[in-house]
Design a protein around this ligand. Structure first.
Ligand SMILES: Nc1nc2c(ncn2[C@@H]2O[C@H](COP(=O)(O)OP(=O)(O)O)[C@@H](O)[C@H]2O)c(=O)[nH]1
Ligand SMILES: [Mg+2]
Length: 197
């Protein structure tokens, strides 16, 4: 699938404000600063559709995009940023849980994981949370340009090794880089399968 049209629909501070939709929806989630906004801009071939930031913890709303008039893409607030206020932290997990549990057209979650660093405990915790709520998810590794290919291969092997103990079946994994523009074709082809099946 090639993206010929990508529209920003809106930002929502709570789940009940998101407009109902009949279209299939995928969401992007991950640690703050993992590269969610950059990936959205890259797959949509736009520089400024989603706001990127070098200051983590900024986005605390649910941001909805529409791809090719047929697929919803929800950008969820990132987790794991120590400096956001306690009040915000207490708010975001219930909000996200509310979203993943109650959003009827949610089909699949893409969990974005920084592919340039070793596996993080918090990412594993969020995988467990998704699993507990029976939300199917795939993994998208970001920032793979930051490490050499051989180093990346070792990180991926370690990642899979860590997961082996807890997961019977490993989620699907896609390698991406918004800087080197790698992985969009694969990701978009996967997403488009849901609408044609
Ligand atoms: N090297 C590299 N940096 C990236 C990549 N994607 C995002 N970044 C940088 O990581 C920071 C956070 O990106 P952003 O998209 O705002 O992350 P978000 O908080 O998950 O939405 C920014 O400084 C981006 O330029 C990537 O693929 N490669
Ligand atoms: Mg962002």
């Amino acid at each position: 699938m090639k993206i010929h049209n990508c529209e920003f629909i809106g930002s929502y501070a709570s789940v009940d404000r998101i407009p109902k939709s009949e279209l299939l929806e995928v969401c992007f989630w991950g640690r703050s600063n993992v590269g969610k906004s950059s990936l959205i801009n890259y797959i949509c071939n736009r520089n400024d559709l989603a706001k990127t930031s070098s200051h983590p913890g900024k986005t605390q709303t649910l941001n909805l995009f529409l791809l090719n008039e047929t697929i919803n893409l929800m950008d969820l607030p990132g987790y794991g940023y120590a400096k956001v206020s306690k009040k915000l932290k207490e708010r975001w997990l219930p909000m996200i849980t509310d979203y993943i549990v109650n959003r009827e057209n949610l089909y699949l979650c893409y969990l974005l994981i920084d592919g340039s660093i070793p596996i993080q405990k918090i990412d594993q915790e969020m995988m467990v949370l998704l699993n507990q709520n029976r939300i199917p998810f795939n993994i998208v590794f970001t920032k793979t340009d930051k490490v050499k290919q051989r180093e990346r291969a070792v990180l991926l092997k370690d990642f899979k090794y860590h997961l082996k103990d807890t997961w019977e079946v490993l989620p699907e994994m896609i390698e991406t880089s918004a800087i080197d523009r790698i992985g969009a074709d694969l990701l978009l082809d996967q997403i488009s399968q849901f609408t044609t099946n």
